[in-house]
Design a protein around this ligand. Structure first.
Ligand code: SF4
Length: 195
């Protein structure tokens, strides 16, 4: 059976789609259909109503996180509807994204995210386009530029956001990523590699 929501620690994670505009070499879904014991490869994308029914009272969780096996911004409308429910029941929302949301949807989605998302984690993954293309293998040639534009747009809109990189890229690239994050005007968080 498809898993639309799953709990890890105090958080509830939402799995709205398998679709993704990257093909990262380190993706946890590579060759797998499960993550942390949850069957996340969807046979069918859930409706907002189905996910909302599973969430129930969102105040039971520290955060409700759009994450899943794919890129959540493919489901922008459902995501916004779910955010309204989460906030309506006293919860907090976070989006984990590859930063391609505006590219995917064909317009600047940052203004819509303001007020809907309490935090946005943008996976930067690399400090240069060349490195990014090698690691993340974006479907769209302009993926990296779109990611940076998205971060700037979120900052302009006053949305709480930050870049993240995985520690395996090495200290030098982490330092370059930090400099890039400073240039864009948002923080950088360094995550541990998930096996
Ligand atoms: S952006 Fe995330 S879901 Fe998409 S391929 Fe990369 S790691 Fe996997």
């Amino acid at each position: 059976m498809d898993t639309y929501t799953y709990r890890i620690g105090e958080n509830l994670y939402l799995n709205l789609t398998n679709r993704c505009s990257n093909r990262c070499t380190f993706c946890v879904r590579k060759g797998k259909e499960t993550y942390e014991g949850h069957a996340l490869w969807l046979k069918r994308e859930p409706s907002a109503e189905e996910v909302i029914a599973e969430i129930g009272d969102a105040s039971r969780y520290s955060e409700v996180v759009f994450c899943g096996f794919g890129e959540p911004t493919y489901r922008l409308d459902a995501m916004l509807q779910i955010c309204d429910h989460v906030h309506g029941t006293g919860g907090k929302t976070r989006l984990n994204t590859n930063g391609h949301g505006s590219l995917i949807n064909g317009f600047d989605i940052a203004p819509l995210l303001r007020g809907h998302l309490d935090g946005v984690n943008i996976s930067l993954n690399a400090p240069t386009r060349e490195e990014y293309d090698k690691i993340c293998r974006p479907v769209h040639r302009e993926g990296y530029a779109a990611l940076l534009d998205f971060a700037r747009a979120l900052r302009r809109e006053g949305v709480n956001c930050w870049f993240s990189v995985v520690d395996f890229i090495g200290e030098e690239k982490v330092a370059l990523s930090r400099a890039l994050a400073e240039e864009v005007g948002i923080p950088l968080r360094v995550r541990e590699m998930i096996e």
